[in-house]
Design a protein around this ligand. Structure first.
Ligand SMILES: C[S@@+](CC[C@H](N)C(=O)[O-])C[C@H]1O[C@@H](n2cnc3c(N)ncnc32)[C@H](O)[C@@H]1O
Length: 260
C-alpha cells in the first residue's frame, strides 16, 4: 500500500507489457460504454486520468477525440505513448494535473479515482471547461458480482493494504459518488451500470494477467509470488468451462456529470 504517487510504479509498472496485453483489453466493454454515454466525438479534447497503459485513450481517438492522459506509472505511460504517439500523455499525479483550467471538453477516469483520492475530483473539475462532461467508473457491489472470484486473490494482501482497498471502493456505495461530485460543483450527476467482463484462456493465463496489477503486487509482497499464483490458479480452476474462456462478470458503477 502506498500513498506516495511516485511509488505507484513499483506495483503497477513492474509487468506493464503483461498488463497492457493480458489484462487491460478485457476492460474494453467499460471504455466503449462510457465513451458512448459521454458522446465522445470528432474534435473533443479529452483527458483520461490514471490512464494506465492507454487503451481507453486509443479507443477515444478512434472516435475523433484529441487525447491527453496522465498516470503515475512511467512504465505504463511508455506503453500508452507507444500506442498513441500523437496524444499528450504525461507521468504525474492526478491530484496535481499539469494542465491549465478549462483545457478539456471531456474527462474520464476508469477505476482510477477512488474514495481515497478526493483531491483528484477537484482537479478533474478544474481542467474541464464550463459545460464539460465527466465520466468516472469504480468497482460496484463486488460481493454480489458473479465474477467476484477473479478479484479474491487480492485479499492475500496484508491487513493495512486490505483496509485501504476497502476505503477506495467506498465511492461505489449508494449516494457516495453522487455526494462527492456534487460537493465539488458538478451538476446532472447520474449513476449508471457499466458492462464489465474479464475473460482469460485458462487458469494460468488468468493468474499471469492478475499478477500484473497493482493490488496483486500488494498481495505478492505479503505472501510471495508462488503462493499468489497458486491461489489464483486454484480459484480459476473451479470456473473452467469446456470450450469457453474463463469469464468473470464484475459489477462496475459509472458516474456521469457536467461542469456548469
Ligand atoms: C485500476 S488502474 C486503472 C488504469 C486504467 N484506467 C485502466 O482502465 O486500466 C489504476 C491506475 O491508477 C494509477 N495511479 C495510481 N495513483 C495515481 C496517482 N496519484 N496519479 C496518477 N495515476 C495514479 C496507476 O498507475 C494505475 O494505472
Amino acid at each position: 500500500m502506498t500513498t506516495d504517487w511516485r511509488q505507484v510504479d513499483t506495483g503497477w509498472g513492474r509487468a506493464a507489457a503483461d498488463f497492457a496485453t493480458l489484462s487491460e483489453p478485457a476492460n474494453c466493454r467499460e471504455y466503449t460504454a462510457m465513451h458512448h454515454r459521454l458522446r465522445i466525438d470528432d474534435g473533443d479534447r479529452l483527458l483520461d486520468i490514471a490512464c494506465g497503459a492507454g487503451l481507453a485513450l486509443e479507443l477515444a481517438a478512434l472516435r475523433g477525440a484529441g487525447c491527453a492522459g496522465i498516470d503515475a506509472s512511467p512504465r505504463l505511460v511508455a506503453v500508452a505513448r507507444d500506442r498513441s504517439p500523437q496524444a499528450d500523455i504525461r507521468v504525474g499525479d492526478m491530484t496535481d494535473l499539469p494542465w491549465p483550467d478549462g483545457s478539456f471538453d471531456v474527462a474520464t477516469s476508469f477505476r482510477g479515482i477512488w474514495g481515497t483520492t478526493e483531491a483528484a475530483v477537484a482537479e478533474l473539475y478544474r481542467v474541464l471547461r464550463p459545460g464539460g462532461r465527466a465520466g468516472i467508473t469504480v468497482w460496484g457491489h463486488l460481493k454480489l458480482s458473479p465474477g467476484a472470484w477473479a478479484l479474491a486473490p487480492f485479499r492475500l494482501a496484508a491487513p493495512p493494504a486490505l483496509a485501504h482497498q476497502a476505503a477506495m471502493v467506498a465511492l461505489g456505495r449508494p449516494g457516495v459518488g453522487e455526494e462527492l461530485l456534487t460537493r465539488h460543483g458538478f451538476i446532472d450527476v447520474r449513476r449508471v451500470d457499466v458492462p464489465f467482463a474479464w475473460e482469460f484462456p485458462d487458469p494460468g493465463g488468468y493468474a499471469r494477467a492478475l499478477a500484473s496489477t497493482g493490488p496483486a503486487y500488494e498481495a505478492i509482497q505479503h505472501v510471495g509470488e508462488t503462493a499468489f499464483h497458486d491461489a489464483a490458479r486454484a480459484a480459476a480452476a473451479e470456473r473452467v468451462r469446456a470450450g469457453l474462456p474463463l469469464r468473470a462478470l464484475i459489477a462496475v458503477t459509472g458516474f456521469l456529470a457536467v461542469k456548469p
